[in-house]
Design a protein around this ligand. Sequence first.
Ligand code: GAR
Length: 202
Amino acid sequence: MRKKIGVLVSGRGSNLQSLLDHIASGELPAEVAVVISDQGEALALQRAAKAHIPAVVVERKACKDKTEFESKIDDALREAGAELVVLAGFMRILSGFFIRRWEHKIINIHPALLPSFTGLDAQGQAVDYGVKISGCTVHFVDEGTDTGPIILQKAVPVLEEDTEESLAARILEQEHKALPEAVKLWAEGKLSVAGRHVKIAK
Ligand code: GAR
């Protein structure tokens, strides 16, 4: 049986689309069981609808506190039978409450080579800093911000004429490869975590 994943989104959903495309083409042996958005207007929701994937909106402002918000997300994931949570442009920090429930079962895509440029606007941070190479990182989520064990990274050159937007577009192309690749490794049972290190079985 194909492994079920739940995808958390906040916006455009191009990484969700990449997962759906890799599944449709047979390259990724998994199934998106549910898409959960904290934004009712997210374009990602339209992508889910088009692919006939159940979608749930959980808005933070509709919940009395963060625990209620995260409990609703947790409930939706469990109802859908998700075995892995993929953060694909989900722009909220999850608390220890949620992360401990899904230990080593949450992965995130971040648009920089961690540990550089954590948090928001990673591509703008890279341009401002003047690095010559940036990229993207797929990692397991721990209780820090963008600090969890790294599964894989892809490097991208930063050009002198780059703006935040042009660099973000070049990194995004690599994100669309890196995320399905990491989920595939997980779906095939090839990932194990030992402290900070993720081992990939051959
Ligand atoms: C992606 O670049 C992703 O790496 C980034 O948001 C974008 C979402 O795009 N995530 C973060 O910055 C998380 N801190 P998408 O909605 O088109 O997939």
